[in-house]
Ligand binder design. Structure first.
Ligand code: ADE
Length: 271
């Protein structure tokens, strides 16, 4: 996969040289470049922003440096050479913004299938909206939010999204099994984990995990997923397919205050 990140603070993206993502780049699994938006300006001051039409606080990012930068990264991307015959896949342009669609594990999986991702890091009040309209001719444009809070710019969001997508690329995570049993892989939060010693500061590891009974362990872990999700993220249970749950799992949900109605979990009204 090829990833291009455009930012006025390229140094902010330095952590992408570390750990799993850094290793994936070294191993040739991920071809990632960071570009300085100011390199695509033409004035002496390398200006990237201007005052907003209509007035108001802050500054808005000028459109032309963005168009120049995005044209340059698309022109050198894997889809640029259509001579191979197959229709070129448009690169995906991800614009981090609190006004974007919510980034999820499902979207990380979708993005991991793409040939080229381009991340456009906005700063100030954002990028002139016409850039997104224009870019739709050359890219699949996806404004994307990490969550309902405001960061100072897109760079931190890009670090998160590149890591979430990059670890799904074949060969990046050493043991692919670890991608299966983790939070959000099945619409639930992950079960709690423990390691040695079995007694630590008077606290015991749950006995079932020492029992060697793999069926019981799997069931306990599943029920812990239900308990945690009900407690911390009940919203996730609305989409959970409860149609084929074994009786013991229905009982576990009943103990948490949920009944199964038409294959969906329904919170029992408080008595
Ligand atoms: N830029 C500023 N806030 C953001 C957020 N919550 N998610 C993604 N990008 C952002």
């Amino acid at each position: 996969m090829r990833i291009d990140v455009v930012s006025i603070f390229p140094e902010y993206l330095a952590p992408l040289e570390l750990s799993l993502i850094g290793k994936a780049r070294q191993d040739g699994l991920l071809d990632l470049s960071v570009h300085d938006l100011r390199d695509f300006t033409t004035d002496r001051h390398r200006t990237v922003d201007d005052t907003p039409y209509g007035g108001g606080a802050g500054m808005v990012m000028k459109p032309e440096p963005w168009a120049q930068a995005l044209e340059a990264v698309a022109a050198t991307g894997p889809g640029a050479d259509a001579s191979a015959g197959a229709p070129a896949q448009k690169p995906v342009l991800i614009v981090p913004s609190p006004a974007g669609e919510r980034f999820t594990q499902a979207i990380a999986h979708e993005l991991a299938e793409e040939d080229q991702l381009v991340f456009a890091c906005g700063r100030y009040e954002g990028i002139d909206e016409r850039v997104l309209e224009w870019a739709a001719e050359h890219f699949t444009v996806r404004p994307m939010s990490l969550g309902d809070y405001v960061l100072n710019g897109g760079e931190v969001a890009v670090l998160a999204m590149v890591e979430a997508v990059g670890r799904l690329l074949p060969g990046v995570v050493g043991n692919p099994e670890s991608l299966v049993e983790e939070s959000h892989s099945d619409g639930l939060l992950e079960y709690p984990v423990y390691t040695k010693p079995s007694t630590w500061r008077d606290r015991e590891v749950p006995a079932v995990l020492l029992s060697g009974n793999h069926g019981k362990i799997a069931q306990w872990r599943r029920h812990e997923q239900y308990r945690r999700t009900a407690e911390r993220r009940p919203d996730l249970l609305e989409a959970f397919d409860a149609g084929a749950l074994p009786r013991a799992d229905r009982t576990a949900f009943a103990d948490l205050g949920y009944d199964v109605v038409d294959g969906r979990l329904r919170r029992r009204p408080e008595a």
